[in-house]
Design a protein around this ligand. Structure first.
Ligand code: ATP
Length: 315
């Protein structure tokens, strides 16, 4: 598989802060990399270097087949970049904004108009197309911002905290739009503080802290590093709790945890997923009435707590 984004040993220092202290990254064409880390970790600095907006002090990077230091113009022609604030003019309408971008990219007047119409349709903005974007909601603005950076059909897209501050519905709409782009072969590098977002969108996650990569892998690999999945069984009554415990204890790696207030037992199974069926059969044979039976995986929040000793979002 081809590599669309490659960074080797990127360093950037601001006075006494090492914003980047040697960052390496590789993103395969048509995949999504989630760059995660707490405030000040160096996420935005990394993206700005890769998008040719900032020169690193050391290291090299290639984006969409061109070197960011020696062929920045080629990189710029092939990428799209959305910042944390929608970079569009609030006095112009949605359509005017997109046509303006197309004109700046020398698409020609009629091609720019056609592209604008298609993108407005794709992002559900047709009805609002001829209203000044000052009247748009936050979610609509983000969608327009994303549409604006797609006018030039970039092959690599940088999304810096694309859904910060959006409500869950707007966030899902944007996620789905990103998924469609990836299905069409676009490569995405996404920075986010939302673990859920990385979990939903990213094929690969890189965790940075104090300018250094401290972990990388697929969301599942990172979760597995922290611990295996566990089984939670809730039963109908306190009486069946004792019976259930007697059935479950021999199947568990260690003594199960019992929550008497909720009639719930949590345990790690000796045989992993294989053991789930025998647990269900044994409980049924023992006549235990089950109200909930769920396999739980550690969340990315658990991963962060384990890696950093604190969650990603600092107070
Ligand atoms: P956030 O999640 O808060 O956006 P981030 O991971 O994107 O954080 P960066 O913005 O890349 O982090 O910043 C990395 C470090 O470099 C921080 O300590 C920041 O204070 C510092 N820094 C960034 N830009 C500058 C600048 N122009 N001048 C001085 N220091 C800077």
């Amino acid at each position: 598989m081809k590599t669309a984004i490659l960074a080797e040993g990127l360093k950037k220092r601001y006075r006494e802060t090492d914003a980047l202290a040697g960052v390496d990254l590789a993103v395969s064409t048509g995949s999504v990399l989630g760059l995660l880390g707490p405030n000040g970790a160096g996420k935005t600095t990394t993206v700005r270097v890769l998008a040719t907006l900032l020169r690193p002090d050391a290291g090299r990077a290639e984006v969409a087949g061109a070197d960011v230091l020696t062929r920045p113009d080629e990189v710029r022609r092939r990428i799209g970049f959305t910042g944390q604030n929608a970079a569009v003019d609030a006095l112009l309408t949605g359509r005017e904004n997109l046509v303006l971008v197309g004109t700046l990219l020398h698409l020609g007047r009629s091609a720019a108009r056609a592209r604008a119409t298609a993108l407005l349709e794709e992002f559900g903005l047709t009805e609002a197309a001829d209203r000044p974007i000052g009247t748009y909601s936050g979610g609509m603005r983000r969608r327009l911002d994303l549409a604006a950076c797609l006018v030039g059909r970039p092959s690599v897209l940088f999304l810096d905290e694309p859904t910060a501050g959006l409500d869950p519905v707007s966030r899902m709409t944007l996620w789905q739009a990103v998924r469609r782009l990836v299905d069409d072969g676009v490569t995405v590098l996404l920075t986010t503080q939302y673990l859920e977002e990385a979990d939903y969108l990213a094929d690969q996650i890189v965790v940075i802290s104090a300018g250094q990569v401290i972990a990388d892998g697929t969301p599942d690999e990172l979760k597995r590093k922290i611990g295996q999945e566990w089984l939670e069984v809730s039963v109908l009554s306190p009486a069946s709790l004792a019976t259930a415990l007697a059935v479950l204890a021999p199947l568990a790696v260690a003594a199960p945890t019992v929550d008497e207030a909720k009639n719930k037992i949590a345990l790690r199974l000796r045989d992993g997923m294989e053991g789930v069926v025998s647990v269900a059969v044994s409980l049924r044979d023992a006549g235990v009435d089950i109200t909930d039976f769920a396999l739980r995986k550690p969340s990315l929040d658990d991963v962060f707590l384990a890696l950093l000793g604190h969650p990603t979002t600092q107070p």
